[in-house]
Write a protein that binds this ligand. Structure first.
Ligand code: CAA
Ligand code: NAI
Length: 727
């Protein structure tokens, strides 16, 4: 029996259930108002599910209640299941049962939505009989991004509300829709009138008020419960025929290797082909299969790791500096992209180039990228004009940076040029300006030493294209002050990027690991694989692009310049793969010259067989006899090299924890998210297996394959990288 509070008067404003937290019910004019309060995002923890279940049980028993409103306190309706409970033994009541109970209620139930109604939260709303939302509310079923599917009836109820095609789109993409779109697609019934934000200082007040209004209207109209489960869904006929095959094919290519999108489609198919209750059972089976998969573990690791990276002890309680005016030096590939990212985030941007010609080229680049946003409908023509005429200016006069709050340098990758730029900035910028460099590899301590204020100097390493890529490595130099680091993180947040703290070394976290695994794949080629086989095997493993195709895209000249820079200090024991240099010497820099490892022309993209001759000559010069290298061997080499160097990066403190490496590789290097990042992957396959691979490859090249001490120690102690994350 539920413990329902006693009410002295039938229609009064009292709390019904005994334990008000985290679900409480008050009754007003015969309307039970159920409030969910489980900060920060009202996730459906066990306590919330139990609270909702009890609230509904009490409401069912109370004849004086004529309608019900469910809403979320504070910043949002319910943002979904409590992800922290995943992987633990489920505790009753289970969410599908709670939602079935809401749907079965014999009084009309209104879900009043604000903030983000996501996942299980939207499923609760679809279990309610009516839905109203404040204008700013957003909805979505993001489960697929966590490697699961909406497992509390979402795959059965959404197609009944919106039709099969829309439901498949939302469920397989995980995308959010706003209130207008939600109304158009039949997901919600009403959008509440906009309210005065001052009067409604508590963000949920407007939702509560809108829900009450809707409930009063329903009572006045003597409306009955309207259950989503009862909506007839046309089976296997014209509307749905072909749509499942179409989505299966689309997801097989877009989400290659992933289980969840395909199970999502099967679950929606069940909504069409099976009676509701059987559809729910089918959904449950498909959900459990995903819940037990490594992919779910990997995607949820990625979700939490991306939130953990911002939690740095050194900036806890430290305020970031104010950031309104940004200077960018250099308007090439990176400078133009950084300027656009900053403009779109509302910053005022001054870009400095070398001379008038470079200024107008930079101006044109910024305009072209922003026009791309206009074409894609992301930016209005009016907003474009305001940005270009008001917030952005380009000049060759360094003096115009005197008032900048932060300057980001993105000039050529040359220590001399960078030193000259920082000497000038030191002379011009006001005290307190954050002086940042976007260098990919250079020593930021040396750059900082050119100024009288090294504590204000930091690395902000963006990725190309800078207005698109989500990663920002915040490189903390020896003397960087904590508030400067905090300002780097604040900038990332403002630009909607994910910041990872890195220490100074050649290549920081990402590029340092990259140069190591590049050597391993070059080694695989020298041993017998073709670059094309390497790319194919790694794309099959889940990478967006193979490493040789990536080099072509970035420009082979970049790696060539780095190799030449490092040549004087290269250890003579290193096996130096020279085949890429031969391409560069012939003027083939990859995509931009139409030829590199691949040929790019009007006929499309295809392997450049000339590469095989360069490789053969390189092997011959080294006295190497090629042998068969399997796809698995290629993947093992790639992963072992990545994990080994990453272990060194963690041990040296360049990355704070293994999870910082995972977030870097996931967001800057196309590592498949559903594998969780290299360190999570290593834990999944076993660190002993990675170490054994390294020792196996060391028999071929014991200079390249030296096991990292941290890896050896973890294996000896039977520990994992996850143990270090938790420490
Ligand atoms: N469960 C547990 N914790 C959650 C959570 C969830 N569903 N959603 C967010 N949190 C936590 C975050 O980890 C974070 O915690 P810390 O402060 O300790 O780091 C805190 O809530 C705030 O989250 P954000 O920093 O992400 O805040 P935001 O304002 O930027 O974004 C949000 C808010 C849009 C809700 C975002 O957190 C989000 O997308 N959450 C996940 C939503 C989701 O995927 N829901 C589906 C869950 S699966 C499901 O529901 C399955 C089912 O069918 C039963
Ligand atoms: P780029 O060659 O496209 O652009 C450099 C620009 O700097 C040129 O337009 C040049 O005219 C300008 N410049 C040179 N000296 C200058 C000076 N003294 N004052 C003002 N402007 C000057 O180079 P890119 O690719 O944009 O790289 C810039 C920096 O960003 C480099 O340090 C590079 O290592 C780094 N980087 C590059 C990435 C990439 O993928 N291209 C990724 C991340 C970082």
């Amino acid at each position: 029996m539920p413990r329902c509070g006693k009410r002295s008067r039938p229609v009064s404003n009292v709390v019904l259930n005994v334990e008000p937290d985290p679900v409480s019910t008050e009754v007003l004019d015969g309307i039970a108002i159920v409030a969910i309060a489980n900060p920060p995002v009202n996730a459906l923890s066990h306590a919330v599910r139990a609270g909702l279940d009890t609230a509904l049980a009490c409401i069912e028993q109370d004849d004086t209640i004529r309608a019900v409103v469910i809403y979320g306190r504070d910043r949002t309706f319910i943002a979904g299941a409590d992800i922290r409970e995943f992987g633990k033994p489920p505790q009753a009541p289970l969410l599908p049962d709670v939602i079935n109970r809401i749907e079965a209620c014999d009084k009309p139930v209104v879900a009043a939505l604000h903030g983000t109604a996501l996942g299980g939260g939207l499923e609760v709303a679809m279990g309610a009989h009516y839905r109203i939302a404040v204008p700013s509310a957003r909805f979505g079923l993001p489960e697929v991004t966590l490697g699961i599917l909406p497992g509390a009836g979402g795959t059965q109820r959404l197609p009944r509300l919106t039709g099969v095609r829309v439901a498949l789109d939302l469920i397989t993409s995980g995308r959010q829709v706003d209130a207008e779109e939600g109304l158009r697609m039949g997901l919600i019934d009403r959008i509440a009138a906009p309210t005065d934000p001052v009067e409604n200082a508590e963000p949920s007040a407007a939702a509560r008020a809108a829900g009450l209004d809707f409930a009063r209207d329903l009572i006045a109209a003597d409306a009955r419960p309207r259950r989503t489960r009862d909506i007839d869904l046309a089976d296997g006929s014209d509307e749905t025929s072909g749509v499942f095959a179409e989505f299966r094919a689309k997801m097989a290519s877009k989400s290659r290797g992933q289980l969840a999108p395909q199970n999502c489609i099967s679950a929606v198919e069940g909504a069409v082909n099976l009676p509701f209750a059987e559809g729910l059972s089918n959904e449950r089976i498909l959900f459990q299969e995903l819940m037990n998969s490594d992919q779910r573990g990997a995607l949820i690791h990625a979700f939490f790791a991306e939130r953990e990276v911002a939690k740095l002890p050194e900036i806890k309680g430290v305020s970031a500096r104010e950031l309104a005016r940004l200077g960018v030096i250099g308007g090439g590939t990176m400078g133009a992209g950084i300027a656009v990212a900053a403009l779109l985030a509302g910053l005022d941007v001054t870009l400095i180039e070398r001379d008038a010609g470079a200024v107008s080229r930079a101006q044109a680049s910024v305009a072209r990228i922003l026009q791309g946003s206009v074409k894609r409908g992301k930016l209005s023509e009016g907003a474009y004009n305001t940005l270009m005429a008001g917030s952005f200016r380009a000049s060759s006069d360094y003096g115009s940076l005197s008032a900048a709050d932060m300057v980001i340098e993105a000039v050529f990758e040359s220590m001399d040029v960078k030193k000259d730029v920082f000497t000038r900035l030191d002379a011009i910028c006001k005290p307190g300006t954050v002086l940042a460099t976007n260098t990919s590899y250079l020593d930021i301590n040396q750059i900082a030493a050119m100024t009288a204020r090294p504590e204000h100097v930091i690395g902000l390493h963006f990725f190309s294209p800078a207005h698109v890529m989500r990663l920002l490595e915040v490189v903390v130099a020896e003397k960087t002050a904590p508030e400067v680091t905090a300002t780097g993180f604040a900038l990332a947040k403002r630009l909607k990027k994910i910041a990872v703290r890195a220490g100074v070394c050649d290549g920081f976290i990402g590029n340092r690991i990259l140069s190591h695994y590049r050597k391993a794949v070059d080694g695989a080629v020298l041993a017998g694989a073709s670059p094309f086989a390497v790319d194919r095997a790694l794309v099959e493993f889940g990478l967006a692009m193979g490493p040789f195709a990536v080099s072509d895209l970035a420009g082979l000249d970049i790696g060539w310049a780095t190799r030449k820079r490092l040549a004087p200090t290269r250890d003579p024991r290193e096996t130096y793969a020279a085949f890429a240099d031969r391409l560069c010497e012939a003027g083939h820099f990859g995509r931009k010259t139409g030829m590199g490892f691949y040929i790019y022309d009007a006929d499309g993209t295809r392997p450049n067989d000339e590469v095989l001759d360069h490789v053969a000559r390189d092997r011959m010069a080294k006295g190497m006899t090629p042998r068969e290298i399997s796809d698995q061997d290629i993947v093992d080499r790639y992963m072992a090299a990545m994990v080994n160097e990453a272990a060194r990066v963690v041990e040296e403190g360049i990355a704070l924890r293994p999870l910082d490496v995972d977030v870097t590789l996931l967001n800057g290097y196309g590592f498949p998210r559903w594998r969780g990042g290299p360190m999570h992957y290593a834990d999944t396959v076993g660190l002993d297996k990675i170490l054994a691979d390294i020792e196996r490859f060391a028999r071929e090249d014991d200079f390249l394959w030296q096991p990292a001490p941290l890896l050896k120690r973890l294996v000896a102690e039977g520990k994992t990288f996850a143990d270090l994350n938790a420490a």
